[in-house]
Design a protein around this ligand. Structure first.
Ligand SMILES: [Zn+2]
Length: 615
């Protein structure tokens, strides 16, 4: 992919409509398309939609007017200080430029960038809101209208350019994945870990996006900091980890760069790509068409990955905490919206705040009736009004409102989780209160604090020891279901308490006794995913640790080399004749155990190992 028009609003192709970069003396984009075609490389055109600074500078009437009255925000160093309005005459100009590119160059597709949802009180937006009878003075209404405008411009763009060439590969960066179900040809997750995304978001978005029926690309970048950091370069291990982490989650890879407008080649960056892609290319036979294998369906509130006018980030925090716990435990899972149909064989994990009603209620009822297993936490499993558990015949709990304790402590029944400390452990975030009914075993109990945290007019009540057990459950279990009363998943995202993960692991051992993968000798920071191809099951093992360095940067400078990793893979119907390490096909001795698992030892793991069990 290469920029036909960048976020500065400059075109790099021969345009009759837009503004060509003033120092460009030839058709750079055209030359690149020609060069790629000679080598049999497909090339897509990049065009920024939400930003086009030079055009916005010359056409202030094309820019977003914020409700405070700014067409330029006060902080001019924020790249989004001036944004383009999708309802202004800019829309026709944008569509004309995109059509010009598609008509004049044999591009494989187009990537439209920075398609944010920006509320605007420019005259076109306000008049349309008035015409539609919308309350244009309400922030929520303006955001909903901006969201509608964002999807509408994407549809217009797609319609116009697909009318010129139908087979174009299209992606609209900034639209929710599900909003481009009918528009995008593939999905792409922009994730530059050092540029603000961090290393925890890829598994969450990958495991969600890969279930939406389209190929998913993992877009990382070569910059030490974020986009446009011309002089910044990633360490080889960190960039390679980004790529491998995506590949292990069944995403393909792109590495983003920022080309010098003079056409200079950055030799260090290109040599880095060559080394990394040179190694990754050898893995292709085990990556192409590989599908993830999973045991767990993690159901999240359906607005977690979608725009809602007044959405909070709690859904994504809970999904991130859950993903972190499951990744550290080497569990195989997909993330699905709460009303998605899931494979009845899977263990269902309802993520902190998933109420059951309508379709989700029916799906969960059928799952549990058929003997399926489930774990829920906090407000999950309640009815839509949060008045009572939606399926008390399976939860065997009665809802008693919000937890009155701040903080609450959890005390575990001895022997349930070996490593759990023998003490009341802090639950840092508020949850709910329940009463266990016949059929539910109370595994852990809530211990009340002496006082609640707060201010009594004289004292700040801050240092609060645990007092007495309350008799109220903190964790209950039935043979097929476990419920935690507190939001342990979003709490794990914020607080990362290892004992909470140990407790979760003990629950999983009961409810998922035969996971796809069991390992020993693989530390909590290592990651393991299972994928499949016809006649093959594969295990990716990854051992890279991001370390916080400086104020904001998480650094991976080298992989952590691990030795003697024991792996057991559930075979189901696979009858492997050989096991080896890809890509060298270095054979590994393995044993098929009577319990249906293949067992082997990986003598040394140099950061990434791809184990293959093959018929
Ligand atoms: Zn507007």
């Amino acid at each position: 992919m290469f920029a036909a028009r960048c976020n500065m609003g400059m075109a790099y192709y021969d345009t009759k409509i837009g503004i060509r970069h003033p120092s460009l003396k030839y058709d750079l984009f055209g030359k690149l398309v020609e060069a790629c075609h000679k080598k049999g490389i497909a090339i897509s055109a990049y065009m920024n939609v939400g930003l086009s600074h030079e055009e916005g500078l010359l056409h202030r009437d094309w820019t977003v007017l914020t409700p405070e009255g700014y067409s330029y925000l006060p902080n001019k160093m924020g790249n989004f200080f001036r944004k383009m309005c999708y309802n202004s005459p800019y829309a026709d100009h944008l569509i004309a430029m995109a059509s010009e590119v598609v008509r004049n160059y044999p591009v494989a597709g187009m990537f439209f960038d920075c398609m944010g949802i920006h509320e605007c009180v420019g005259v076109e937006c306000v008049r349309e809101m008035k015409r539609l009878g919308l309350d244009w003075e309400s922030h929520e209404v303006r955001m909903d209208f901006a969201h509608m405008s964002q999807v509408r411009i994407a549809k217009k763009l797609s319609g116009e350019i697909k009318g010129i060439r139908h087979e174009l590969l299209l992606y609209f960066n900034g639209l929710a994945f599900e909003d481009q179900r009918e528009l995008g040809s593939y999905l792409e997750y922009e994730c530059l870990p050092t540029g603000g995304w961090g290393y925890d978001s890829l598994p969450v978005y990958a495991r969600y996006a890969r279930n939406l029926g389209k190929p998913v690309l993992n877009m990382t970048g070569r910059f030490h900091e974020s986009w446009g950091d011309f002089g910044g370069i990633r360490t080889e291990a960190s960039l390679e980890y980004d790529c491998l982490n995506g590949l292990a989650n069944c995403m393909r890879t792109t590495i983003g760069d920022h080309f010098h407008p003079r056409g200079d080649i950055n030799k260090a960056a290109f040599s880095l790509y060559k080394r990394i892609y040179g190694r990754l290319q050898k893995l292709d036979p085990w990556l192409d068409e590989a599908k993830p294998l999973t045991d767990i369906a993690l159901l999240v509130p359906k607005n977690t990955f979608k725009y809602t006018g007044h959405s909070s980030l709690s859904g994504i925090h809970a999904a991130s905490g859950a993903a972190r716990i499951l990744c550290e435990l080497k569990q195989q899972f997909d993330i699905l919206p709460e009303d998605a149909a899931f494979d009845p064989e899977k263990l269902v994990l309802l993520c902190d705040d998933v109420q059951l009603a309508g379709k989700s209620l029916e799906l969960v009822r059928l799952h549990l009736k058929a003997g399926g297993h489930l774990i829920s936490s906090a407000w999950s499993g309640l009815d839509a009004e949060k008045k009572e558990f939606a399926l008390p015949e399976f939860w065997h709990l009665s809802y008693k409102g919000e937890s009155p304790h701040n903080p609450a402590y959890i005390n575990l029944k001895t022997g349930f989780a070996e490593d759990f400390p023998d003490m009341p452990l802090s639950l840092y975030d508020n949850g709910i209160q329940v009463e266990a009914l016949a059929g539910a075993e109370v595994v852990a109990e809530i211990v009340a604090p002496y006082f609640n945290r707060g201010w009594d007019g004289e004292h700040h009540i801050f240092y609060i020891p645990p007092d007495k057990p309350t008799g109220r459950p903190a964790l209950t279990m039935t043979p097929s279901l476990a419920h935690f009363t507190h939001p342990i998943l979003s709490s794990y995202h914020k607080h990362a308490q290892v004992p909470i993960r140990q407790l979760f692991e003990a629950v999983l051992k009961r409810l998922l006794p035969r996971p796809l993968l069991r390992t020993s000798g693989l530390p909590s920071f290592a990651r393991a995913t299972v994928t499949s191809l016809p006649k093959r099951r594969m295990v990716h093992l990854l051992s890279y640790v991001p370390e916080r360095r400086g104020a904001q940067i998480d650094m991976i400078e080298e992989p952590v080399i691990l030795k003697d990793i024991k792996v057991e893979l559930r075979l189901d119907n696979l009858k492997p004749e050989r096991a080896y390490l890809a890509p060298d096909r270095k054979p590994l001795d393995f044993e098929i155990k009577p319990n249906g698992y293949a067992k082997l030892t990986v003598p040394e793991m140099p950061g990434h190992s791809l184990l293959v069990f093959e018929e």
